[in-house]
Every structure is written in structure tokens, then in C-alpha cells.
Design a protein around this ligand. Sequence first.
Ligand code: TRP
Ligand code: ZN
Length: 905
Amino acid sequence: MLREGQTSVIRREDYAPPAYLIDTVDLCFDLDPAKTRVLNRMRVRRNPDVPAQPLRLDGEELNLARVLVNGAGTSFKLEGNQLVLESLPEGPEPFELEIFTTCAPAKNTQLSGLYVSEGTFFTQCEAEGFRRITYFLDRPDVMASYTVTLRADRAQYPVLLSNGNLVEQGELEGGRHFARWVDPHRKPCYLFALVAGKLVAREQRIVSRLGKEHLLQIYVRAGDLDKTEHAMNSLMAAIAWDEVRFGLSLDLERFMIVATSDFNMGAMENKGLNIFNTKYVLANPATATDTDYAHIESVVAHEYFHNWTGNRVTCRDWFQLSLKEGLTVYRDQEFSQDMAGSPSARAVRRIEDVRVLRTLQFAEDSGPMAHPVRPDQYLEINNFYTVTVYEKGAELVRMMHTLVGTEGFAAGMKLYFERHDGQAVTVDDFAAAIADANPDSELARRLPQFMRWYSQAGTPHVSAETHFDPAARRWTLKLSQSCPPTPGQPHKEPFVIPVRLALFDRDGQPLPLRVSADAGAAAETTGEAAPLERLLVLTEREQTFHFDGLDAPPVPSLLRGFSAPIVLDFDYTDEELLILLAHDSDPFNRWEAAQRLVTRRALDFIRSDAEAKDAKVLDPATLEALRSVLRHPALDAAFKELVLTLPAETWLAEQLDVVDPQRVHAVREAMREQLALDLHHDWVWAWEQHRDNGAYRPDARSAGRRALAGMALTMLCVAARETGDVVWPGKTYQRVKDATNMTDRFHALSALVTAGHALAEPALQHFYAMFRHEPLVIDKWFALQAGAPDRGGDVLPLVRQLMQHPDFNLRNPNRARSLIFSYCNANPGAFHRADAAGYVFWSERVLELDAINPQVAARLARALERWKKLAEPWRSAAREAIARVAAKPDLSNDVREVVTRALAD
Ligand code: TRP
Ligand code: ZN
């Protein structure tokens, strides 16, 4: 395949408004997998604000048959991937532009544009897929009104869907039929969608707070209807939440979700017609785990929330992607916390979100793909749907919320929609609305400085130093900030960093925070009691804060709730961490204290030259502290499970300058064995206390109990490996067979696999036989094996063997991810082989996938981007593997951008 089209970098500073505007689009599709005919009739006019110039329309892999202007033939040129029209009517009057093209959906393996999945037509237009359907101004600031007519064979494609309202349908000759849809809302073309195929729907009618009726539909394949209840419940909950929390209602008579098993990402917010990866729709207790249920709740909500944040107000250009994604992730995270209920269940969700941010986004921020939340340039925009744009972007919105308060933030959102409804805008417009609604806030005072969060890449470090003056009874906290260089950004200016702070005495009692009157900080003028928590706002490179009326040096609880996306360097003593772990009233920092203790032990050991096998990495005090969390009478099971989960290998690796991935793996395994053996009685207790056999309910509390019981089983199987015990593995095997829900069954299966027990093999076979007709469960089956702890290099041969399995299919992204990504991205101990065979496998798969689906290939290509941190021999072997990929002619822009950046110095 010869690739053509744009091969150079796109820059934010080059933004220019469109030279033409498209008011209406009338699309007519004759759907046929081999050759679909697309008639596109647009009403176009010159943009009065832009000097006259030719019209350049984007198009990719299209066969052009006809171009008419006001019904008459016209001259045109094809330049690369653009259709150029030079002799268009002068003046401001609109003209009719008619373009007739064909495309080949059955051959579309990239899953961008119009494609076929299991005999059904789907579209994916974000970011630039619409140009693979018809010639168009494929940019988000061109918004038009759409009318869409779909024509197809009635028997094979009984359901014909597009955005908006169904206005007409009927029969055609030759067994064909048609449907016509009109979208009442103007939209950018990336929100266009159509679906045509054999589908069935779960339907629900609801009445909004405004008294309007709406029809909700979830379309799936015939056998899957019994797996749509949870998605529908999640959708209804999301609709109600957005009305109550932000006063935002559904603006459509009909809201549809359609599931497909071939999808590049999680889901897509097309106006009124969301298209979802089946993984984020389908669930019943027999096939889906608690994690799946939670993901479905948050992705359904995420896409629904885009209806306002993204669709009603959209992005001016793709550099502003975080305008919709950061804000919408923030909204779905808030929603999921509210759905969790109790304060500690909310904290569990917060910890999970922070864990994602710190393991994935912090790594991205310190690697070759580091980019600001609003990037300055890209070669392929698909490479910038990143944890930085999404998750760090959400943290920036959360910091705005922190700086203006909950009511202030709601007022800011209201102003944002008053000003910008129906427009395509920038992240500056969003921040300005929040600030303008809160003129007296710290955000409004510091807005230009705050915006550095959007323009400067890299994770800021804040280091804290303290001093206690017993005579003055004064405690001083000095905070200083810095940010490491990132590609293209050697120097950084200081950020606005909100730091939540509380103080405790040595017995774990909270202490009032009295800000001193004479230290530059605002004095306490009111007679009210001093608060137990304060928000400090760090704006300088270095700032000092004083607190008075203290009898002894307090234990500071810094950055509570993870109030900013930074690394906090503070030299806590072990004793202080143990106090916080036992007493901090902020559950996030309680968890954080345990993480710090365990991470410190792990890093000290990794840096030493002691033998890791059977090592005592964790000291008795830390083990004791973990035990008391596990046995704690009041803490939630879900919270306990998080505290007892060891820091990820990738997280430990990020803390090191030079990484020996095998040593990191061995030390983490040693810690796990230690926890398994030392806390053996406690794990038995935890299992007995938390295993439920009642009916399955997906709520946070029962999910937490299952998670802790599952962890206990894993620990008991790991211990059995050391002690030769046969009872626990036997019980676990039995659980694989007789569990009454997928969560418990999968925990048991993964306990055997993780422990490398001989029963893992028959358990895997049993599991496969039970679920061979459930693709999403078979994905788990592949993923579990590819992610298993390596014993003597056995994982890679198994992965190669599984690639030959009849159920393996590289063209299906979920399946490719379940086997290949689980090995290359999620199993560092098995992937980083000293013989480089893991890297060879990686480079083969990147090239193989690039010919099929560049978006998926580019994600895999990122598995080795942190190669410069590796010790030898891994470092040289990794560079060689990347260079091998980079040397291939005809790489997609997607993969080329990733490997070129990885190799740059
Ligand atoms: N806008 C989608 C979301 O975050 C993301 C998405 C879905 C996407 N499919 C895509 C992005 C394909 C790029 C390419 O909700
Ligand atoms: Zn999104």
C-alpha cells in the first residue's frame, strides 16, 4: 500500500478560520459493502471574514465520480488528498455543491470512516474519518445542518440509523428500503454517524425534569439484549445527574447507543447516536466483572455528557481537544463518585483515578511523547487522544473547581453555555468563563499564570521543607516548585498549584491551622475557630507559610485528595507515614501514606545489591501497619484492597533513573510473597469474611467485598506455592467451576494463573469451554494468559502460540489488545527479556498491525517509548527494535510519529 496525503507537522499557531462555510449537508447513501455510493449535496458560501481563495475539500481513499456547482459541471483539481475548486461563484451568496463518490466499507480495516463489522455498517468520524466518506471541510469549526438518507437491502440491513429524528421511511424496488433522518442541531462533521444492519434494541421512555418525553434505545446483536440493562440504567442515571448537577437536559427526542465489537477506542459521542465498543455496553453477572460494570457506567456517562461538553459547544480545532475531553472526563469522574455513595466509596474512585494518572500520565509526561494538555503540534491527531489530554486535562478542570468552589464552578459552567452554545471554541474561552463568573477568586486573579497548565508539558515537582520554632510555637512550611524539561520546552515558568493541607499531632489528632499575622500571608481577622484544613495556593517558585499556636512539630497531611497533578517530595519519616496511615481523615492521603512506605522499601531494595529471591523487602512495622488496615473494623473492603495493592512495576520504574526491569519485577514479586506468607492468617480471615454467595449486585460496596476476597484468594495461592499447601489451590479451582458470577470466577482463575499453580491449566480450559461463545470473556482469557507472571521465559512462547489459536484475530482491536497489548504493555517482567525476543515480537506486531489499522499500531508502538531509562542490555536492544520499525518504508503517519519521537534526542 502506498500512503499519500499530508506528511508534515500541523501547528497550532497556523490556525486560520475556514475560507468557506457549509450551511447544510444532504447526504444520500446507497449502502453496499463492496461499493457504497455517496451523494453529497451541500449549500456552501464564502466566509465573509476571510479573503477570497479556492475551496479545498479533504478526502481520503474515495473514488470521485462527479462534481457539480449549482447543477452544472465545473473544473476541479486533485492535489494529494484534497479536491480543489477554483472557479466558484463570486460574492457572498450560497451555492449548491454536489459531489458524488464511492468507497469500499468492507475493505476498511482501519475502522475510521465507513466500515463493516460482522455484517453491519458503522461509521467512526472523529477525528478525521468523515473525509473517508465524502469530500468535505473536515475540521470541527465548520458546523452544518444534516439530512441523511440511507438506502440498503431490507433483509440484510433492516435497521437504518443516523443522527437526529427519523422523518421518513419506506420500501424501494429490488428488496431495498430507505430511511431519512434530520438532525435538528448543527454539528461538526466528526459527530456524523450512521449504522445499518441487523440489530435489536432495548427501549426506555423517560420524562425529563422539564416534562419533555424522550426515547432511549440501546441497539445490539440479537443474542445480546440480556446484557443491556446496566448500560440503560447508567444512561438514565447520567441524564438525571446532569440535570441536577449542572442544569443540563437532553436536547433530543431520541437518544441511541449502538454497540460494535470492532472499534478503535472506547466509545464515540456522535450526536444522538453514540457508537460504543461492546466492551463498554454489554454486561450481565455471568459474563462481566465488577470492573466492567464500573467502566460501562463511566463510559456511558462520558459519552452522554459530551452531548453538552463537546457537541453543543465544540472545539475550534483539534489542539483544543481537552476542551471537550478534559472537561468530560472531569464530569464522568464526578458522576462516578456521586454514584459510589459513601465518602469512603467516593475516595476509592478518586484513588483509582489518581492511580491511572500517576502510572500512565506521569510516564507519558516524562517520555518522548510528552506534550502540553493543549499540544502545539502534531503529525497525526489520533496520537493525541492521550492520558495527558484526557486525565491530566480533567485534573486542570478539577483545580479550577478547587480554586472557585462548587457553587462558583456551577456558575462558571452556566456562563460558559450562555456565551458559547452552538460555537466552536478554545480552552481559553472555557477558563475565561469559569474565571469571569468568579471575579474574586484566586483563579480570576491568576488566570494567565494558571493557563500555563495548558501550555507547559511535564509533571511539576513540589518539594516541602518544614521548620518548627518551639519558642514562637510556630511551624513553617516552605514549598518550592520546579518542572523538568520536556521535548521543545527546556525551561518552565511557575504554575498555580493548589495544595490542600491539614496537620496532625503525634497521636493522630487533627490540629487547627492558624495562619500567622505577620508573615506575608493574609491574617486571620475573624474570630472564628481556625479550620482543620486549608487550601494553600503556590504561585511562586518558592513560598513560605507559617502556622502558629503549635506545641510540637505537627505531622503535615499535604496535597490532600491529590489537589494538584504534581509529584510531592517531602521527606516523611516512617513514623509520620504510619501516623497518617492510621489516622488521616483524608482517605486519599491515608492510602498515599501506605504507598509511600511500600514504595520506599521497594526502591531501597532495588537500588541495593541484595539478592531479591525470598528477600525480606518489607520491614515488620510496615507489614504490621498493612495488617491492621486489612483487619480494621471500620474501613471499607474496597479501600483495604487498594491499600494492600502493591505499587505497579511501571510506577516503581518511573522513580528510578536507570531501570533493570527484571529486578523491579523480582522485588515486587518478593514483596507479594512476603505479604502472602506473613499475613497468611489474615488472608484466610479476609476470604472467610468477604466472600459472599448471595445474588450478584454491582454496587460499590459489594464490589469492594468481592475485590478483597479475590485478593485474599490470590495471596493464599501464592503462599501455597511456597508452602506446598494443596487445600487453597483446590478451593480456588472449585471456585472457578462453581462461582455464581464472573467477578468471583475470574478472581479465582487469575489467582491460580498468578500463582503459577498446576491447576491453572485445567482451570483455563474449563473457563474457555464455558465461554467460548462470549467474545468479551474470551478477551479476558487471552489477556490473563498474556499477563501472567513469567517463569523461565514461558510467556512469550505461549503468546506466540495463542496467536495461532482459532479465536485469535489481529483485525479485531479488542482481541489484538487482549493478547498483544497485555503482553507488551502490561507484563514488563515477561516482555523485557534479556534475549530481546520480546522486543522482536513487538516490532513484528507493530508492522503487521500498521498495514491493517494504524491507530491501533501506533498505540502498540508506544510500549517501548521509555527505552532510554532501561539498563543494558535492554536499552540497546530496545533502540534497535524501534530503529527497525522506523526504517520500514511506507509507515503510517501514526506509527512514524511515535517512533521518530522515541528515537529523537
Ligand atoms: N471522542 C471519543 C471519546 O473520548 C474518543 C474516540 C472514539 C476516538 N473513537 C475515536 C478518538 C477514534 C479518535 C479516534 O469519548
Ligand atoms: Zn470523550
